[in-house]
Ligand binder design. Sequence first.
Ligand SMILES: NCc1[nH]cc(CCC(=O)O)c1CC(=O)O
Length: 319
Amino acid sequence: MSSAPGSGSGSSELIRIVSRSSPMALAQVERVRTELAALRPGIRTEVVPVTTSGDRWMGDLSKLGGKGAFTKEVDAALLAGEADLAVHCIKDVPADRPLPAGTVFAAYLKRDDIRDAVIHPGGLTLDEMPAGTRIGTSSVRRVAQLAITHPQLECVPMRGNANRRLEKLDAGECDALLLAVSGLERIGRTDRISEILPVDAMCPPIGAGVLGLQCREDDTETIEAVAGLGDAAVWKEITAERMLLHVLQGHCNSPIAGYARAERDGRLSLRARVFSPDGKTVLDAHEWAGPLDPATLGTSVAVALLRQGAREVIDTIPH
Ligand SMILES: NCc1[nH]cc(CCC(=O)O)c1CC(=O)O
């Protein structure tokens, strides 16, 4: 191949990005392609589509053997060398076990909104909804917190990608939905939001609003190419949050919530909560740390929750 002198070895570099085919996943890949094109104009990208078991299965996710439901096929494409880069919602990446051997996160992108939104066709907020209003969500985290703040509302199981859930809502399968603001932004449907819930009322899941770029660990070329897309503050937040989840050994069906915040002065805080499914037990911990060791902060908050009895709460929930 003849390339102009001085155009650099990266001028003909191709990065193949594996993606689920939901509108949200494709939008995430487009964000990465746009940011990469600005940072490294010489690199070409291509999308390699996969369908995951989590996308196909509309039943209870725990019956699929856990949260890896959305990541297994993606990991396999990466490890088989069919693709060079995977874009994951960090929220969907299990933390109770190590990342698949041979893969690493090369970057975490700048964080989007971490809050959940209410979608009600009539524009009602949770407080305005009559008793018995059916909220479509299968998330134990959302069900537990709704039981605390709005016990008069009824949760009904609801799965499928965000676009499908909106269709099911419009078809009358439920009266309202809870969905992540960031996901609605990605699919261009923030027009459907009737209320954004503060994190005090609806604590977000670990990793909310963050995309991680996963590579093969020996693929230094791709790792170096995408590392510049990463955000240093988000790296600290995710390191603390995922260490918390790792120490708690939460599973796909455990109502664990929490978020870290890196302040501009370098300090890092982490709040986390563990709920019983009925919301009657709420464990809460919040700590501050200096900038140097996010993993220790995650461990420390997890230990505080374990001292309050988190082990029993997590283990009594079947998965
Ligand atoms: N479980 C699916 C999923 N994974 C990540 C997001 C939202 C975007 C994010 O937090 O990165 C969603 C949709 C939702 O929960 O509403």
